[in-house]
Design a protein. Structure first.
Length: 69
Protein backbone atom coordinates (compact mmCIF):
# COMPACT_ATOMS: atom_id res chain seq x y z
CA UNK A 1 0.00 0.00 0.00
CA UNK A 2 1.30 3.44 -0.94
CA UNK A 3 1.18 6.12 1.72
CA UNK A 4 1.53 9.81 0.95
CA UNK A 5 2.72 12.27 3.55
CA UNK A 6 0.14 15.07 3.66
CA UNK A 7 2.82 17.71 4.27
CA UNK A 8 4.76 16.62 1.19
CA UNK A 9 1.59 16.62 -0.90
CA UNK A 10 0.70 20.14 0.28
CA UNK A 11 4.24 21.33 -0.43
CA UNK A 12 3.99 20.05 -4.00
CA UNK A 13 0.60 21.73 -4.43
CA UNK A 14 2.01 25.04 -3.13
CA UNK A 15 4.97 24.91 -5.52
CA UNK A 16 2.71 24.16 -8.49
CA UNK A 17 0.27 26.94 -7.55
CA UNK A 18 3.03 29.52 -7.00
CA UNK A 19 4.66 28.80 -10.36
CA UNK A 20 1.61 30.21 -12.15
CA UNK A 21 1.75 33.78 -13.39
CA UNK A 22 0.41 36.37 -10.96
CA UNK A 23 -1.88 37.90 -13.58
CA UNK A 24 -3.66 34.56 -14.04
CA UNK A 25 -4.72 34.34 -10.39
CA UNK A 26 -8.11 35.40 -9.13
CA UNK A 27 -8.74 36.65 -5.60
CA UNK A 28 -10.28 33.30 -4.63
CA UNK A 29 -7.29 31.47 -6.07
CA UNK A 30 -4.90 33.55 -3.97
CA UNK A 31 -7.01 32.98 -0.84
CA UNK A 32 -6.98 29.22 -1.45
CA UNK A 33 -3.19 29.32 -1.80
CA UNK A 34 -2.93 31.14 1.54
CA UNK A 35 -5.13 28.53 3.24
CA UNK A 36 -3.04 25.70 1.80
CA UNK A 37 0.21 27.36 2.95
CA UNK A 38 -1.23 27.85 6.45
CA UNK A 39 -2.27 24.20 6.59
CA UNK A 40 1.23 23.21 5.50
CA UNK A 41 2.69 25.39 8.26
CA UNK A 42 0.47 23.78 10.88
CA UNK A 43 1.56 20.32 9.72
CA UNK A 44 5.27 21.21 9.67
CA UNK A 45 5.45 23.20 12.92
CA UNK A 46 5.65 20.30 15.42
CA UNK A 47 8.07 18.25 13.29
CA UNK A 48 11.87 18.34 13.46
CA UNK A 49 11.88 19.98 10.03
CA UNK A 50 9.56 22.72 11.29
CA UNK A 51 11.70 23.25 14.38
CA UNK A 52 14.80 23.50 12.19
CA UNK A 53 13.14 26.12 10.00
CA UNK A 54 12.12 28.03 13.13
CA UNK A 55 15.68 27.92 14.46
CA UNK A 56 17.14 29.12 11.15
CA UNK A 57 14.65 31.98 10.88
CA UNK A 58 15.23 32.94 14.51
CA UNK A 59 18.99 33.03 13.96
CA UNK A 60 18.52 35.09 10.79
CA UNK A 61 16.30 37.60 12.63
CA UNK A 62 18.84 37.81 15.44
CA UNK A 63 21.67 38.45 12.97
CA UNK A 64 19.69 41.16 11.19
CA UNK A 65 18.86 42.84 14.50
CA UNK A 66 22.51 42.79 15.61
CA UNK A 67 23.70 44.09 12.23
CA UNK A 68 21.38 47.09 12.46
CA UNK A 69 22.86 48.22 15.78
Amino acid sequence: MLTINVAVLLAVIVVVRLRRRTQARSRNDEQLTVVIVLALGVLLAPTPVGQGILDILGQLASDVTQASR
